[in-house]
Design a protein around this ligand. Sequence first.
Ligand SMILES: [Zn+2]
Length: 373
Amino acid sequence: MIEANYRNLRVVDLFLELAGMDSPSLSEGKIAAWLKQYFLNRYGVVVEEDGTAGIIGGESGNLLVRIPGNIDCSKKLFAVHIDTVDPCHDKRIIVTGDTIKTDGKTILGADDVAGLASILAALEEVKTSALPHGDLELLFTVAEEKHLLGSSHIQKDWLKSEVAYVLDTSGAPGIAVNQAPGHIDFYFELTGHAAHAGIAPETGVSAIQAAAESVSRMRLGRPAPGVTANIGTIRGGTATNIVAENCEITAECRAQKQEDLVNQAEHMEDCVRQVCKMRGVKLEVKRHQSYYPFITPENGKAAVLFREACEKSGLDCEFQTGGGGSDLNHLVRLGIEGIVVATGMENVHSCQEQQSIKHLLQLENLVVSLMSA
Ligand SMILES: [Zn+2]
């Protein structure tokens, strides 16, 4: 349900319609079907879908729309993800003055519908005003909220663009992230030996104690500039009178440089390995690099074109270092230079998530400038 008191604005109408669809990760079928219909009806364009759905067990693969250019200039990619975090069911969206939010019981989904609505509205503006533009690719990814899972399966030859704009970070339009960390996650499974805690504790080997000692040895939090590390969960044991046989730890680390990332991961793994060896605990480690860090130069093509588009749209351009990953981490690995563009979304991944309409309109203008630059 939507309570609205704003004037009819294309980008806001699109935002409200798209945010109103439940689209949690792996259940993007409805919004994917809507996009396919939208591009077919409006532009006679068939949306391409890759084979990711079958690989990750989702309702939809990544979607791609190719809009041929009417002039010869840089081929540009615009990307957003079409999944959201939970809770996202039965949203009640409220528009008060300049702010779009929910009743506080669900997320809004401005992450990443603000970007999606802006791309659709901007394309409509480019087309109806017959603005000159080069070849455009619009990429809609799935399962981004699962550590960028959907875009990790994109095949190299699918995308033809030279520069990429991923609309998926907080902050006022004009801000962009040109540097972001890579990410490694861990699952440690510790197996000790169970024993009666009162009668024969000496014969037991506590997996919980080994886990605790391992974690206490780790450098965590922000152990060095540009590096972060965290223990996410710890789970183990069955009862107070049993020396715990099992304990599981999940953890992650991030770093702006691949070398620092690997060093931090090695350190964390070593801590657990050494303690387990010392205490006679069996250890299984699953370590996975979900994405790689990137740095896009401010004098490179993607950033220069962005700065020009900001000037054209009357926005202050500012490049920042990000703390999280986005689909751009994968696109850069495919050889496409890019930046992550701020969309004005606020308090994302919480039920207090909100979007300013002013920012949405600024973003639409900015995307029009980028598309037609
Ligand atoms: Zn996002």
